[in-house]
Design a protein around this ligand. Structure first.
Ligand SMILES: C[S@@+](CC[C@H](N)C(=O)[O-])C[C@H]1O[C@@H](n2cnc3c(N)ncnc32)[C@H](O)[C@@H]1O
Length: 201
C-alpha cells in the first residue's frame, strides 16, 4: 500500500467516523468459521477511495440508477459506504468472515455519510460462491477477494441468476482476470492502472 493510500484511508475513517483501515488474513482471524472459503481467500484490505470512484466513473448514470450494487467480499464496509453515495436501487455486501461482518454492520449503522443517495443497504454474512445474486441489473465490485476457482464459482452464480439483467463487473487488482476474459460474452469497458471494468453481455 502506498503512503498516499494509507493517508487517504485514514482520512476516510476519520471523516466517516468508522474503522476500515487494516490489513488482515482470514485464516488468522477465524479459520473454523470461514471453512473452505479461507483456503481460496486473499486478505482483508479496504479499497483506496479514489480507485473505487475511478472504476465506478466508467458506469453510465442510467445503469447506476437501474442497478443493485453488490460488493463481493464486503470486508469492513468501505466500498458499500462509498457506493451508497450513488443513486443505486440497492447496495448489498457479502462477507464470509463473521468478525469482519460485525465490524461492517457497526460501520454501516454509525457512519457519517454526508451525501447519501441510496438508503437501501443490505449486508449478509455468507460465502459469495453460494450466495443467490439478485435478479435484474447488477454492478458487481470485486477487490481481489479470492483465487481463480472461487471467482469461477461466483461468476457462475452471478451469470446464472434468476431473471438476469445487464451485469457490470468492477474488478480491482484483477489478478484472476483470465477467468472473466474466458467468458464468451464479455466486453472490456475500461482499464485503469489498478483495475478493470467489464460488461456481460
Ligand atoms: C480485499 S478485501 C475487500 C474489502 C472491501 N470490498 C473493500 O473494498 O473495502 C476482500 C474481502 O473478501 C472477503 N472474502 C473472501 N472470500 C470470500 C467469500 N468466499 N465470500 C465472501 N467474502 C469473501 C474477505 O473476507 C475480505 O473481507
Amino acid at each position: 500500500m502506498r503512503n498516499s493510500e494509507r493517508l487517504s484511508g485514514r482520512r476516510f475513517d476519520h471523516d466517516y467516523g468508522v474503522t476500515t483501515h487494516a490489513v488482515l488474513f482470514l485464516t488468522d482471524l477465524e479459520p473454523e468459521a470461514v471453512g473452505d472459503a479461507g483456503a481460496h481467500a486473499t486478505h482483508y484490505e479496504a479499497v483506496p477511495v479514489s480507485d473505487f470512484r475511478a472504476l465506478l466513473s466508467h458506469v453510465p448514470p442510467e445503469t447506476i440508477a437501474s442497478s443493485t450494487f453488490v460488493d463481493v467480499g464486503a470486508g469492513m464496509g468501505r466500498a458499500m459506504l462509498l457506493a451508497s453515495e450513488y443513486p443505486f436501487r440497492k447496495v448489498c455486501g457479502i462477507e464470509v468472515s463473521p468478525s469482519l461482518y460485525e465490524i461492517a454492520r457497526e460501520n454501516l449503522a454509525e457512519a457519517r455519510v454526508r451525501s447519501r443517495r441510496c438508503d437501501d443497504l443490505r449486508l449478509v454474512n455468507a460465502d459469495a460462491r453460494l450466495w443467490k445474486f439478485p435478479p435484474g441489473d447488477l454492478v458487481v465490485f470485486l477487490f481481489n477477494p479470492f483465487d481463480a476457482l472461487a471467482l469461477r464459482a461466483t461468476l457462475a452464480s452471478i451469470l446464472h441468476r434468476h431473471q438476469p439483467g445487464a451485469t457490470w463487473i468492477l474488478y480491482h487488482t484483477p489478478v484472476e482476470r483470465a477467468e472473466l476474459e474466458a467468458l464468451a460474452t464479455v466486453t472490456l469497458v475500461a482499464q485503469e492502472r489498478f483495475g478493470i471494468v467489464v460488461r456481460v453481455p
